[in-house]
Design a protein around this ligand. Structure first.
Ligand SMILES: Nc1nc2c(c(=O)[nH]1)N[C@H]1C(S)=C(S)[C@@H](COP(=O)(O)OP(=O)(O)OC[C@H]3O[C@@H](n4cnc5c(N)ncnc54)[C@H](O)[C@@H]3O)O[C@H]1N2
Ligand code: MOO
Length: 425
């Protein structure tokens, strides 16, 4: 039995929406984010040394061929393979010695050999390298026991890249792998998009900051440190962190101020339907255009998104697990779109349930899950929680991601396939 038959890019694929309550499906919420989020236009030039994590604003092209000349791939002897005729062994006089970095390497005549070291330029006349382990060295000569093919252990000019090749495309978020290709292409600096500027505003009068020596217990503020870390992981720049006032006028003033200096405001809490939920009314006062207000998912139902002029607002629920999962589902997509990064390949995959699963019909549930390795048929298994509790985070450290349980599913047997989305952190 399969809970979902197709791997979808990001959404849950079940398409559940609650028109009456104004809630949209996960897929629709993502589509609205993608439609509204325009990447930052400004770019800057950075040295390769400081470019990791940044989004490339223009392609990086090779300035010359790599390798720039034919060279030895092994320590050994450069020979012309055409001299190994008939049956061996063949005795070849060693007439020169070539080290890496050496200029004027000379040539090798047919029937002779040049001792050569890995990375050294191939001498004229030679077309192959015999590894030193495969010869017997005698006074002034080598004995070759087996034939070698032309080009054996030779790295040819331009076999990795030629001048003008695009080695990294615009939109890539630079990793050590991209930086390797840029360096091999001769690039010292790259043009990247400027980082997206983000403000985090955490509401909730009842929460206390950890580290306050006057307090030994309380509802600790989880969202600020958690989202600081999560935002940092996506490569955008957290420029302001504030504690929200718990009233409409105060929030209106704070949000209005923040909107002057950032591209994105992320808030947590204060977005449900209670009389004490002031974030949306304050944003409405400021002229917010709402793209969606609530998603048919558990946890994270109240997650909302809209725009204050050119500034994006992502409203995450106050419950820490809801805030974390809503960030994973929507915040990461929004950050990527605003940064100008190309969509990564989906890391979604099917996994096999380790035991029967029960689910309450209604919302698409994103339940914490832990990968448990592969079975004899190569199928990846998953352990999962009995239920989702939006205020609990004790199990987050051992969870590798979430399984997606479509809204209409009520029971799944052990061995059923479900979709799994790994956390990006
Ligand atoms: N009548 C209804 N009530 C609620 C609904 C609903 O549909 N109808 N939705 C529930 C759902 S689902 C969620 S999720 C929460 C989200 O509400 P808010 O986003 O307005 O969040 P708050 O009420 O401000 O806080 C919820 C919860 O989280 C704790 N919290 C808040 N901030 C932090 C923080 N920084 N660190 C740790 N914990 C935090 C807060 O103490 C509350 O317990 O609404 C339901 N209600
Ligand atoms: O949707 Mo809420 O996040 O379950 O508690």
């Amino acid at each position: 039995m399969t809970a979902l038959t197709r791997i979808v890019e990001q959404g849950c694929g079940c398409g559940a929406a609650d028109e009456l309550g104004g809630l949209v499906s996960i897929d629709e919420a993502i589509a609205r984010i993608v439609r509204n989020a325009v990447e930052v236009a400004e770019t800057e030039i950075l040295s390769l040394a400081s470019a990791r994590g940044r989004v490339l604003g223009e392609p990086v092209c090779a300035i010359s061929a790599a390798p720039p000349f034919d060279n030895a791939a092994m320590d050994g002897y450069a020979i012309n393979s055409a001299c190994l005729t008939g049956n061996g062994p063949w005795i070849l006089p060693v007439t020169n010695r070539i080290a890496a970095g050496q200029k004027n390497v000379g040539s090798v005549r047919l029937g002779n050999a040049a001792q050569i070291f890995t990375g050294a330029p191939m001498p004229e006349g030679a077309d192959a390298v015999v590894m030193q382990e495969n010869v017997q060295r005698t006074e002034g000569a080598i004995v070759v026991l087996q034939k070698v093919r032309s080009s054996s252990h030779v790295r040819r000019t331009g076999e990795d890249m030629v001048a003008g090749d695009v080695v990294v495309s615009a939109g890539r978020r630079l990793t050590a792998r991209d930086i390797a290709a840029c360096a091999a292409a001769g690039s010292a600096a790259v043009r990247v998009r400027r980082r997206v500027r983000v403000a985090l505003l955490v509401t909730g009068d009842e929460v206390s900051t950890t580290g306050d020596s006057r307090k030994t217990s309380g509802i600790w503020d989880v969202n600020t440190p958690m989202l600081r870390a999560a935002i940092e992981t996506t490569g955008i720049e957290l420029v302001r962190v504030e504690t929200g006032e718990d009233n409409r006028a105060g929030l209106r003033r704070q949000l209005g101020e923040l909107a002057k200096s950032v591209d994105l405001i992320v808030t947590t809490g204060g977005i449900s339907v209670g009389e004490e939920d002031h974030v949306k009314p304050a944003l409405t006062d400021l002229g917010l255009l709402m793209a969606f207000t609530g998603v048919v998912m558990k946890p994270g139902k109240p997650v909302s998104y809209g725009k204050l002029g050119a500034v994006h607002w992502l409203g995450l629920p106050g419950n820490p697990l809801s805030a974390f999962i809503a960030w994973q589902m929507f915040g990461t997509v929004l950050s990527r779109c605003l940064s100008g990064g190309t969509a990564p390949h989906s890391r979604r995959r099917h996994v096999v349930l380790s035991r029967p699963l029960r689910h309450k019909f209604g919302r698409c549930e994103l339940r914490l899950a832990e990968l448990s390795g592969f079975d004899g048929m190569g199928r990846e298994g998953v352990h999962f929680d009995d239920a989702t509790h939006s205020g609990r985070v004790a199990r987050l450290p051992i969870a590798d991601g979430v399984i997606l349980i479509p809204s209409e599913v009520e029971n799944l047997p052990e061995g059923a396939l479900v979709e799994f989305q790994p956390f990006c952190d």
